[in-house]
Design a protein around this ligand. Structure first.
Ligand SMILES: Nc1ncnc2c1ncn2[C@@H]1O[C@H](COP(=O)(O)OP(=O)(O)O)[C@@H](O)[C@H]1O
Ligand SMILES: [Mg+2]
Length: 296
């Protein structure tokens, strides 16, 4: 049976819900998935020959699926992404490719790509010095804007907070910040108390849903409800965002402001789809596998 590595940080859980859904889909198409963590792999450079050693995988493979890149030090993350880049240079189709993962894992890089593509994305500032961040908060507050802070490499709503400029120390002092302040104007949503997730596969919108949280954070991981949605302007903007990043498949987060305008908040290169699957009749894992296997 042909083998395909799934890079995951959930090897101990047999790939978790998503890894298992992918393994089933691959099996359906006659491929055997091999769960492996990127930190278990190593690079060897021997007599001008570069190889990536993947434990348990001996035969060559034409495609690989990236389901997780575990958090780590800057050196560890660079090493893990290097493995993906090396595989790509050697002709493996890595899904999503390393460039897309780099552009999206770093929220600042994503915001820049979106803005440079002319897409509506909230005003954002990225700085390292607390004094700079305080000055930015003050001028936003003077202009009547509210700001939120997000961890640069965050996900699932963790560490995303509204800044209270009235406090004498409005910025958090915790590891989420990790030396970089990513500040963004809050989208004032008025009656639109939800956000959107657009799931794009292979330059097409696969599905769109609304996510409705209890407060202003609408991540499924924070308990938001998933609701099917058919709003063409949202789908169109989601697709444009994925094209701006240049990504094979993506989960794009969008919000509608109180005036009805849509804004791209985030593009995810390793999106979860369990919530979306609960309201979508088509098998999402199978759609992803079919899109990837075109390259096999
Ligand atoms: N600029 C913003 N204005 C209002 N709400 C926002 C803004 N940015 C994010 N949110 C809310 O916070 C959630 C998490 O933010 P997001 O940038 O998607 O980070 P994460 O990677 O943690 O999902 C979004 O899904 C949305 O509900
Ligand atoms: Mg998000």
């Amino acid at each position: 049976m042909k083998q395909v590595p799934i890079f995951t940080d959930e090897v101990a859980q047999a790939g978790g819900w998503h890894g298992q859904a992918l393994a089933c889909a691959f099996a359906h198409r006659g491929w055997q998935a091999h769960m492996v963590a990127l930190d278990q792999c190593h690079i060897s450079i021997l007599h001008q020959q570069v190889t990536v050693q993947i434990p348990g995988l001996s035969q060559p493979f034409p495609v690989a699926f990236v389901r997780g890149v575990a958090a780590g030090s800057t050196q560890q993350i660079i090493t893990r992404l290097n493995i993906l880049h090396t595989l790509q240079r050697q002709g493996v189709k890595v899904y999503n490719h390393a460039n897309a993962i780099e552009r999206t894992v770093d929220k600042s890089f994503t915001s820049q790509c979106l803005a440079e593509a002319g897409l509506a994305t909230p005003n954002t500032w990225v700085c390292e010095h607390r004094a700079t961040a305080h000055a930015l908060i003050q001028s936003a507050s003077d202009a009547g804007k509210r700001l939120i802070i997000k961890p640069l490499f965050g996900s699932q709503g963790k560490g995303v907070r509204l800044i209270d400029p009235q406090q004498s120390w409005p910025l958090p002092q915790d590891p989420f910040v990790d030396g970089v302040f990513y500040l963004q104007e809050k989208i004032e949503t008025g009656k639109y108390q939800h956000d959107y997730r657009v799931f794009v596969i292979g330059q097409q919108v696969f599905a769109v849903m609304k996510r409705q949280g209890q407060g202003w954070l609408h991540n499924v991981a924070c308990g938001a409800q998933c609701v099917p949605c058919h709003e063409p302007d949202v789908a169109e903007l989601g697709l444009k965002a994925a094209l701006a990043i240049g990504i094979d498949y993506a989960g794009v987060d969008i919000m509608r402001d109180q005036h009805g305008q849509c804004w791209v908040i985030e593009v995810n290169s390793i999106p979860a789809w369990r919530g979306l699957q609960s309201i979508t009749p088509q098998d999402i894992a199978l759609a992803l596998v079919d899109d990837l296997l075109q390259w096999a």
